[in-house]
Design a protein around this ligand. Structure first.
Ligand code: PGA
Length: 255
């Protein structure tokens, strides 16, 4: 991913197959600003077809929303990074707060998943972010630093280079409440400084740090204008072609 801005949609467990196809058909007509890359986080059963539909759109990449940590074996119902790579999937969302919360994914497991994904050339979007009580106790920096240090910062430099980070305060996900531009900028700056300390300044500048949590057409431009916000991870608003296209267009870089 060489673009300056990345707008990723996370469909979660939404849309029937015909609805998904219709959404992608509409998105193909969206004018993507120069220097913006688009990622669609698609449910497993639709990945193959949607990858095929977007093959001639190099700035639209397709991502899974999870993968298993093993490459194959007796794990009924699971999907491996090898399988995803073999159908041309470009990336995978890992560590989303819903996976951490409902499926008990912890740092150890997520590090295994990162290794599995990276070993098949999938680009992970690694999510971090604090719950409301931690924010209220003003422990959010410590909390997010711990999520990064115990997991993705265990990767060596060559592997980390292929990852993106999404900062998603849990209290802003699906709630309609967004982090203020000040809160978002301050956390993104904090994360970039942590990357700088772990991997150096070049890597800190190179790493895409996306904001997630109730990104909408109305607040996207203000968030994407922040110096350390390199794009967004968009849930609800990525299910409507017009809204998602408006968010994509709000990423146009004015410098
Ligand atoms: P939301 O979801 O945009 O609906 O708040 C964001 C996410 O969970 O990635």
């Amino acid at each position: 991913m060489n673009e300056k801005r990345i707008i990723a949609g996370n469909w979660k467990m939404n849309l029937s197959f015909p609805e998904a196809i219709e959404l992608v058909e509409k998105l193909k007509t969206c004018e993507i600003p120069e220097d913006t890359g688009v990622i669609l986080g698609v449910p497993y059963p639709y990945l193959h077809e949607i990858k095929k539909m977007t093959r001639s759109y190099p700035r639209i990449r397709i991502s899974a929303q999870n993968c298993h940590q093993e490459l194959k074996g007796a794990y009924t119902g699971e999907v491996s990074a090898l399988m995803l790579a073999s159908i041309g999937v470009d990336g995978v969302i890992l560590g989303h707060s819903e996976r951490r919360m409902y499926f008990h994914e912890d740092n150890t497991l997520l590090l295994q998943k990162l290794h599995a994904a990276l070993s098949f050339g999938l680009h992970p979007i690694f999510c971090c972010g604090e719950p409301l009580d931690i924010r209220q106790a003003e422990k959010h920096e410590e909390y997010v630093a711990n999520q990064l240090q115990k997991c993705i910062f265990q990767l060596d430099e060559e592997l980390f280079r292929d990852c993106m980070i999404a900062y998603e305060p849990i209290w802003a996900i699906g709630t309609g409440e967004t982090a203020t531009p000040e809160q978002a900028q301050s956390m993104h700056r904090f994360i970039r400084n942590l990357i700088d300390r772990r991997y150096g300044t070049e890597m800190a500048n190179l790493t895409r740090i996306l904001y997630g949590g109730s990104v909408k057409p109305g607040n996207a431009a203000a968030l994407f204008a922040l110096p350390d916000v390199d794009g967004g991870l968009v849930g609800g608003a990525s299910l409507q072609a017009d809204d998602f296209c408006a968010i994509i267009q709000a990423s146009s870089v004015h410098e």
